[in-house]
Design a binder for this molecule. Structure first.
Ligand code: GLV
Length: 315
């Protein structure tokens, strides 16, 4: 019997490719450039970049799209749903890694560890000298979470031993959590001095962290983003950091990756990392395995492990 054909458009983790090649006919190409016969054979897709409505429409026999990553804004899941195509993502296996990274980024931002290391490496540490005291401390801060889903909760749990106060804003209150809830982002920003954003890219989150929110965090305020750059007005952020309206920012995600605005690059009070929150070998391997296991689950039993909310699969 001929193997099921799976399309892999664009760059993909090598473990996904290696495992897929064991059981599937893997076609590495863009959906919209395939000849009709090949397009007719594709029943699955494994993707880590964009897979839009046109790509879905180009594959008439498509059944499942396995997306690499927990955020799946790269895939048009609503369009997939209208076509009866299941979309899967890779939740949970990256929660710990992203939460660990968020804590590291927060500490780096507040205590300036990257700048201090550069200072040392540049040969500045001489007898009688010392790196200047950091202006900020994590001690006594009030941390507000913009988004408190599975990853946000892991970050919050890690922050508890730091003895900071924790509050949050999400669309609806989570009664299982003891943290203070704010029904608006403005209300949260007024109350806290530190904000961690961990919300997905949706029409509702676009540039919601704007000049007013940053001003409310204040001159001693710290903003950390490990969700999506989409959520932030980067011009307003650079202006607030530059004028001192906001104290410091730690950013792992940007509006137009990999293009980081020069205005942010120039700021000493911004810590910038290249979207690496889940980027360890073990965690990316686990994500790769989940991409493949979702495809195997679908084709072996009609049960993918982690379908997204837009395309639920009856268990
Ligand atoms: C990373 O940003 C992911 O969505 O997994």
């Amino acid at each position: 019997m001929s193997r099921i054909a799976v399309l892999v458009p664009g760059k993909m983790h090598e473990r996904v490719l290696a495992r897929l090649k064991d059981g599937f006919d893997v076609i590495e190409a863009d959906a919209t450039t395939l000849d009709t016969e090949t397009a007719q054979r594709i029943r699955g897709v494994a993707v880590s970049g964009t897979f839009n409505a046109a790509a879905i429409d180009a594959l008439p026999k498509l059944e499942v799209i396995a997306s690499f990553g927990v955020g799946y804004d790269n895939v048009d899941a609503k369009h997939a749903a209208t076509k009866g195509v299941v979309v899967t993502n890779t939740p949970d296996v990256l929660n710990d890694e992203v939460a660990d990274t968020a804590i590291g980024l927060l500490l780096n931002t507040i205590r300036e560890f990257p700048r201090a290391e550069n200072w040392l490496r540049d040969g500045n540490w001489k007898p009688g000298t010392g790196y200047p005291l950091s202006r900020f401390s994590l001690k006594g801060r009030h941390v507000g979470f913009y988004g408190l889903g599975r990853i946000g909760q892991e970050i919050a749990r890690r922050l508890e031993p730091f003895k900071v106060k924790i509050s949050y804003h999400t669309r609806s209150r989570n009664d299982a959590l003891a943290y203070d809830y704010y029904p608006t982002l403005e209300g949260l920003a007024d109350a806290v001095d530190t904000m961690i954003a961990i919300v997905p890219k949706t029409p509702q989150t676009h540039k919601t962290v704007n000049a007013d929110i940053l001003k409310a965090l204040g001159p001693d305020g710290v903003f950390v983003n490990v969700g999506r750059g989409w959520t932030v007005d980067e011009e307003a952020l650079a202006a607030a950091l530059s004028s001192g309206a906001l104290g410091a920012a730690g950013l792992d995600v940007f509006y137009d990756e990999p293009n980081v605005p020069a205005a942010l690059m120039a700021l000493p009070n911004a810590v910038l990392t290249p979207h690496l929150a889940s980027g360890s070998v073990p965690t990316r391997n686990a994500m790769a395995d989940l991409v493949v296991d979702n495809l195997l689950g679908w084709f072996e039993s009609g049960k993918p492990l982690t379908p997204v909310a837009e395309t639920p699969v009856k268990g």
